[in-house]
Design a binder for this molecule. Structure first.
Ligand SMILES: Cc1cc2nc3c(=O)[nH]c(=O)nc-3n(C[C@H](O)[C@H](O)[C@H](O)COP(=O)(O)OP(=O)(O)OC[C@H]3O[C@@H](n4cnc5c(N)ncnc54)[C@H](O)[C@@H]3O)c2cc1C
Length: 458
């Protein structure tokens, strides 16, 4: 009897890049052309640019978690878990499922889109004492934590404790850190009115960055405009400064200042997913080095994209330019990779990825925003309309768009109730606990594991 086996396309990661790729494969491949398998630890695609709005309570967490099972037409097999290693020679991906089982998934084509993790440095106490802003759990946790600082400060009779609970430090003057500081400052500014015994003057927000400017990609004028908005709101901005040491109750800046605080939010850049290092292949600052077609040289059937890959930026016209780690690129790369996987299957030529940056939108909460769509500099309400309009239209499903719009309207009309859900664990959960960066195997462990599984089978 003849059994016909279809080629297996394994997509790792259900983010901007992975989901766009999977949806395109589902639409363009006939059922008998290939099986599509997706490995993802969570059952949704997270719309990361709106995370600061979840942390500040403008949006509910569910509204930016876009379902992977919305339609009956979706035919991809989903493995709930995370890839912890890839053996490129054996064409096997090692997966840790959400129940902690280790399974080997063979593939014919693999699309690596596991995104990035928060980039940390060797700063004493950082990973034990800082929060990140990279996952839904972190955003929801930070919201509860910030509200709990107001509750605890209100209940305390100790002036020093009150002062430390009411100071907040955000590190990272890119769009993620700036939006996080801006949105959370609005949260505490509004919430403190419900705590008549707390002196609003004690609430202090610090935004610091080692670079000399906030969001340099915005240009001088808009960057200054964003700084002015934040300073008017009372956020203390320190540039050319980072963290020397982080403790549970205080943070030491590199300029020697010691700030009593229980809230350190670290958003100083991203690093490619640790999965990339398990391949033992060439990288560019940790991102997998791929061609403009997003293939891995020397390895048939391997594609990589999004934050995890250094995809040449053809639109820049410079030889060593790579696409920045943004959703804008990841989504478009996802579609192009799907086309290239299909072209490979059908023995057709592949096409390079090229996209000219559409600009940047930065939502500072309320009516405050700065945006630079297609090079046009906007601030205030027009910038906010562009920022929210862009994010709204980029959400993948109509249900997600409706949830987000409803939340925005409700928040604008009724404000926030500042509810602390209590889902926050008793034990403080920090950066190191959210991103599971210690789950991955070394390249040697991956090969040994695959080898062992093979010898057991034979
Ligand atoms: C706060 C914040 C604000 C931002 N604002 C903007 C913005 O305004 N505009 C913009 O263009 N970009 C913005 N970005 C950047 C943008 O979100 C990323 O560039 C984009 O998400 C990258 O897409 P990706 O598909 O590569 O990774 P992600 O979207 O991060 O997706 C990766 C997926 O892989 C999964 N995964 C991770 N590890 C594994 C594994 N080992 N196995 C299986 N699955 C795995 C993850 O759960 C996730 O679902 C922002 C980012 C943050 C954090």
């Amino acid at each position: 009897m003849n059994t016909v086996t279809r080629p297996r396309i394994l997509v790792v990661g259900a983010g901007f890049a992975g989901v766009e790729c999977v949806r395109r494969l589902e639409r363009r491949l006939s059922l008998d052309e290939a099986d599509v398998i997706l490995v993802t630890p969570v059952a949704y695609q997270l719309y990361l640019p709106l995370l600061p709005q979840v942390a500040s309570g403008v949006l509910t967490p569910q509204s930016i978690a876009v379902s992977l099972r919305r339609s009956k037409k979706y035919r991809t097999r989903i493995i709930p878990g995370g890839a912890i290693g890839v053996d490129l020679g054996a064409k096997v991906c090692v997966i840790r499922t959400i129940t902690d089982e280790i399974v080997n998934q063979p593939y014919d084509y693999i699309v690596l889109a596991p995104g990035s993790v928060t980039r940390t440095f060797d700063i004493p106490g950082l990973t034990d004492n800082a929060f990140g802003m990279k996952s839904l759990a972190e955003a929801a946790y930070v919201r509860d934590h910030v509200i709990s600082q107001l509750d605890l400060a209100d209940a305390s009779h100790d002036a020093a404790e009150r002062a430390s609970r009411l100071q907040f430090v955000v590190v990272g003057g890119g769009y993620a850190g700036t939006e996080t500081a801006a949105c959370l400052q609005r949260l505490t500014h509004a919430a403190v009115k419900r705590y008549p015994r707390l002196d609003p003057g004690l609430i202090r927000w610090h935004l610091i960055d080692i670079a000399p400017k906030l969001m340099p990609e915005l240009g001088d004028k808009l960057g200054r405009s964003a700084q002015d908005i934040l300073r008017r709101r009372g956020i203390e901005i320190s540039l050319g400064v980072s963290i020397a040491k982080a403790g549970p109750e205080e943070v030491t800046f590199t300029d020697g200042r010691v700030v009593p605080t229980r809230t350190l939010i670290w958003t100083a850049g991203v690093a490619a997913s640790p999965l990339i290092a398990t391949l033992g292949a060439e990288t560019v600052r940790g991102r997998l080095s791929v061609t403009a077609e997003m293939t891995l040289p020397g390895h048939d059937g391997v594609f990589a994209l999004g934050d995890a890959a250094a995809v040449p930026d053809m639109a820049k016209g410079k030889e060593d330019a790579v696409c920045p780690p943004t959703a804008q690129h990841a989504m478009r790369q996802g579609r192009r990779v799907a086309d290239n996987v299909i072209a490979t299957l059908r023995n057709q030529p592949l096409a390079p990825y090229e996209h000219r940056d559409l600009g940047l939108v930065v939502d500072l909460g309320g009516r405050d925003a700065v945006s630079k769509p297609l090079g046009i500099e906007l601030h205030g309400l027009p910038a906010q309309v562009v920022a929210r309009g862009y994010h709204w239209s980029a959400l993948r499903t109509n249900v997600a768009r409706t949830r987000v719009m409803t939340n925005w309207v409700l928040n604008a009309v009724a404000g926030d109730d500042f509810v602390r859900t209590g889902f926050q664990a008793r034990k403080a959960v920090k950066l190191k606990d959210f991103e599971f960066t210690d789950s991955y195997l070394t390249p040697e462990q991956v090969r040994a594991h695959v080898e062992e599984a093979r010898s057991k089978e034979s």
